[in-house]
Design a protein around this ligand. Structure first.
Ligand code: COA
Length: 320
């Protein structure tokens, strides 16, 4: 049986930046409020000509280049996204065509902000079972397309971007374990309505609704539990983890998970200040940043975790 090893990472952020100050002129909010409550200063927003698949394409090509793998060798593409180009075909299918890859399996995973962790967990199982040899695992989101820019509860939190990894069958240790959970009883706390089913009048759009305070409370409790579960599954101690790469939802949620791990914040990869919450893209974006700036090195143990609408939550423990 093979292990699944991350052999390359890549990411993409759109050029346009929207700062907290920019919101002050259109909303009853302030830079001080947003930064103090979330840790966010700015976020990237895609241009009209861009899409979830176009961001994923750049991130994927960067990851392929880092891995030294050609797109034609890829036999599995999984995209974690809740803001796909189309309802169908999947963004993964559209991406496969853009990359010039053909014939392998390609599908999306809809697990909100946990989309990348779920995609990684699924790709890991595929590779271990011999169903794929070289996979692209991606988190990509055009959140700005599903935000109501008159709703200060949601629009200041989220940003756009994409992150990717190449996952290859290997004899070396790679993904050590992944853990995925969900609890649909919370579906009304964080959701995007379905404009197909919910359409009341022509022109209705899909928008995100979030009851942030309730989400916050469950997220803190749940993520703390999954840290224990992940370490126990691998017979590891907190001190065995070199890096925490969390979903970037709120600096206060991230700090509480770091505290649970007794991990100093220097060992936590943070992108939230400059990127906001990019949902499924946030973990692979942070991973790529830390790999490229030399913080995360080969052989180190990385704990990734995420939590999102559903609720769905998950973690992955990876030897780089
Ligand atoms: N600017 C100014 N005031 C705002 C605001 C904004 N952008 N957004 C909300 N407020 C107001 C609210 O209307 C409320 O006003 P009221 O007391 O007059 O009703 C007040 O601030 C407090 O709102 P509350 O929601 O209790 O604030 P909070 O401390 O919980 O912070 C979040 C809000 C969203 C930052 C925080 O709850 C959070 O980060 N939750 C987790 C979200 C998350 O992780 N989501 C993604 C999961 S993937």
């Amino acid at each position: 049986m093979f292990n699944a090893k991350i052999t390359g990472t890549g990411s993409y952020l759109p050029k346009k930046i929207v700062t907290n100050k920019d919101f002050e002129s259109i909303l009853d909010t302030s830079d001080e409020w947003i930064y103090a409550r979330t840790g966010i200063k700015q976020r990237h927003v895609i241009a009209d000509h861009e899409s979830t698949s176009s961001m994923a394409e750049i991130a994927a090509n960067n990851a392929l280049q880092a891995a030294g793998v050609d797109a034609s060798e890829i036999d599995l593409i999984i995209v974690g996204t809740s803001s796909p180009d189309r309802v169908f075909p999947s963004t993964a299918c559209i991406l496969q065509h853009k990359l010039g890859a053909k014939g392998g399996a390609a599908f999306d995973v809809q697990a909100a902000c946990s989309g990348f962790i779920y995609a990684l967990g699924i790709a890991n199982q595929f590779i271990k079972a011999g169903g794929a040899k070289k996979a692209l695992v991606i988190g990509a989101e055009a959140n700005s397309r599903i935000l109501d820019y008159s709703d200060r509860n949601t629009c200041v939190i989220f940003g756009d971007g994409a992150g990717a990894v190449v996952l290859e069958a290997s004899e070396e240790l790679g993904v050590l374990s992944t853990h995925m959970h969900s609890d649909g009883q919370y579906q009304d706390l964080l959701y995007v309505n379905n404009p197909i089913k919910d359409q009341k009048q022509e022109g209705d759009q899909a928008f995100m609704t979030m009851h942030g305070n309730d989400v916050y409370k469950v997220a803190v409790k749940t993520l703390s539990r999954i840290v224990d579960e992940t370490l126990e599954a691998n017979n590891m101690l907190k001190s065995d983890v070199d890096w925490l790469i969390p979903h970037q939802a709120n600096i206060r949620i991230i700090s509480s998970v770091a505290k649970k791990l007794s991990m100093p914040m220097e060992k936590v990869v943070l992108t939230i200040e400059n990127q906001g919450n990019t949902s499924a893209a946030s973990v692979p974006l942070a991973l790529d940043q830390a790999v490229r700036d030399g913080r995360v090195k080969k052989g180190e143990i990385v704990l990734m975790e995420a939590f999102g609408g559903g609720f769905v939550w998950g973690s992955a423990l990876v030897k780089m």
